[in-house]
Every structure is written in C-alpha cells, then in structure tokens.
Design a protein around this ligand. Structure first.
Ligand code: G6P
Length: 312
C-alpha cells in the first residue's frame, strides 16, 4: 500500500477553496486525486445548529477527532468510511467508502486546528482573500447555489465573524503557503475578473527559486511579477505577487522555467493548457478566471510533485 501525498486547503467560508481544489485536481488528473471536504465532519445538521445557536465554524460543531483519525488513516494509504453532509438539504446522508488515490486534497474550515491533523499534510495552503471580496463571493454562491437571500447571507456572515476570528483565521500561521486573490484597486470588489494574487511562501517547505526565475526572465517578467521579503504573523516570509494583467507570454515563461526540472509538470506546460486551467470556475470563483489563478494552481501542484520526490 503506497502512501498518498496530502494537500490541505483551508480557509473561511467562500474563500475560494473549491475553485482552487478543482483546478489542482484537473492538473494532476482527476483519476489520480481523492477530494475530501471536511464539512462532512459537521457534528450537527442545519436544524440542530440553529436550535443550539452554534455556527459550523466552531470546533465543537465538528467531529474534529474523527476527522483527525481519518486523516491519519489516509496518510498511510488506508480507506475510510466518510460521513456525508449535504449543502443542499443541510442534513447528513449515507457515509461513503473512500480509498485514497495517489493524491488527496482535503479542503475545509478547520483542517489545521489540531496538531495531529496538521501533521497529516505534505503541503498546507491557507486561502485569505480580503474580507470584502469574500463577502461578495459568499453572497453570490449562497444565493445562486444554496437557496439563501442576500440579506440572510450577510446576516449569517455577521453572526459567524467571532468564530471566524477565533477559530478560522489563526490557522493561517500553520500554512506553508497563504494565497490571497485581491482586486488591484482596493475600492473595487473585482476588476473585470482581473484579480492579482499574493502568495506568502513560508520557509517550511522548499519553494521554487523565484529570484532565479524572475532573473531568468531577462526583464520580461518584472512588469507583472514581484518578489519581496516581509513578515507574516511575525515570521519572515517571501511574498510573490502576480498581477491580473500578466500576459500569456509572461505566465508561460514562468511556467517553463519553473518546470524545467520536473518532467511531468513540464509536459503539462508543453500542452499549453494552463490558460484553460485558470478558467476552472468553482461555485465561488467565476471571477478567478485569470493567469494568477493558473499560476497559483501550478505552484501548488509543483509542491505536491516535489513532495513525491522528497518523501516517498
Ligand atoms: C458555510 C461553509 C460550509 C459549511 C456551511 C454550513 O457555508 O462554507 O463549509 O458547511 O457553512 O452551513 P449551512 O449553510 O449548510 O447550514
């Protein structure tokens, strides 16, 4: 039994987790990927939560111990009998037998909230869009796909804020990469879909050498890609920014340099399907159709493949 590579994608409700997850699964080949959403580990259904006055974001509202057990089983390549929570009905359905594929992507609200859970991942991503943009995405998704009115969504966001602050946002510190899509102009929610991306790269995993990559671009990349050194939650980190107005040529250049030592990733770039990968829209993120998204997906995939080389 071989052990899968496990990627975590954690972030608040409607932060773009599903969009990113689907894009990465598409790159790796859906047949090689097991997708798990930790919403399935909710302890109470929608009616019970309303009665108890507890939000889905609270650790007590989730079977984190069982989630943790399942992560450890998946980590060693073993199957799980996963609970199923339906966002349509707000109740639970029959559990599902899941055998991990070569890659496992675990997305959800509280994936990094315990030490044992954190230990299960090879790569940990945290999604942190500006709160204003997240609210726009949440209203859009929950009205279009989950049958809520805009007023209900806004009210719910307000009700959940204390739990977001206490339980969701602190998990940022445990991630290897923080991904923030943001509008170039602060006062806009979106700018015709041309969002920039800011990637915080912590030195907890080996990243591609972006200094070298930008230099190898011979001046062609500077107008759309920047690398800096800042502090995030008190710790020094590299920050890579890619503008929404990056061109296909610039993105291809970065991809080719980045993938030069990774034959599998290179073969993906050579097929030149990356612009399309940026267009994989999930339930939240139709607005994420962009090269920054395509590049973000590729960088995370790079890490998963690197983990295969390093740890297997
Ligand atoms: C948000 C979160 C989900 C969570 C859900 C529960 O939408 O993004 O992860 O499962 O809240 O609330 P619900 O709308 O299903 O009652």
């Amino acid at each position: 039994m071989s052990c899968p590579i496990i990627l975590g994608i954690v972030g608040d409700s409607a932060a773009g987790k599903t969009t990113l997850t689907r894009g990465i699964a598409q790159i790796l080949g859906p047949e090689n990927v097991t997708l798990i959403c930790t919403d399935d580990y909710h302890r109470y259904d929608r009616t019970e939560r309303a009665k108890l006055g507890i939000t889905a974001l609270h650790p007590d509202c989730n079977h984190l111990d069982i989630m943790q057990q399942h992560l450890s089983l998946l980590r060693t390549g073993q199957p799980i009998l996963k609970p199923v929570y339906s966002h349509q009905t707000g109740s639970f359905e029959a559990p599902k037998y899941i055998k991990p594929s070569k890659f496992v992507i675990i997305e959800g609200l509280l994936g990094y909230s315990t030490r044992a859970a954190r230990d299960a991942y090879d790569v940990k991503v945290y999604l942190a869009p500006p709160e204003k943009l997240r609210a726009t995405w949440k209203v859009k998704r929950d009205t279009q796909k989950r049958g809520y009115t805009p007023e209900q969504v806004l009210e719910e966001l307000e009700k959940r804020e204390p739990d977001s602050q206490q339980f969701i946002r602190p998990q940022r510190q445990w991630s290897d990469i923080v991904v923030s899509f943001y509008p170039p102009n602060e006062n806009e929610d979106e700018s015709n879909g041309h969002l920039n991306v800011r990637l915080v790269l912590r030195p907890t995993i080996p990243h591609p050498d972006f200094t070298e990559i930008i230099e190898a671009g011979n001046g062609d990349l500077e107008s759309a890609v920047r690398l800096g050194l800042v502090r995030d939650m008190g710790k020094p980190v590299d920050v890579l920014e890619v503008d929404g107005h990056a061109t296909l040529e610039q993105v291809n250049k970065i991809e080719h340099i980045m993938c030069s030592d990774m034959p599998y990733l290179k073969s993906i770039c050579d097929r030149e399907i990356n612009p399309e990968l940026g267009k994989i829209a999930g339930t939240t993120g139709e607005t994420l159709q962009s090269y920054p998204l395509a590049l973000t997906q590729l960088i995370i995939t790079y890490h998963m493949l690197k983990a295969t080389q390093i740890y297997q």
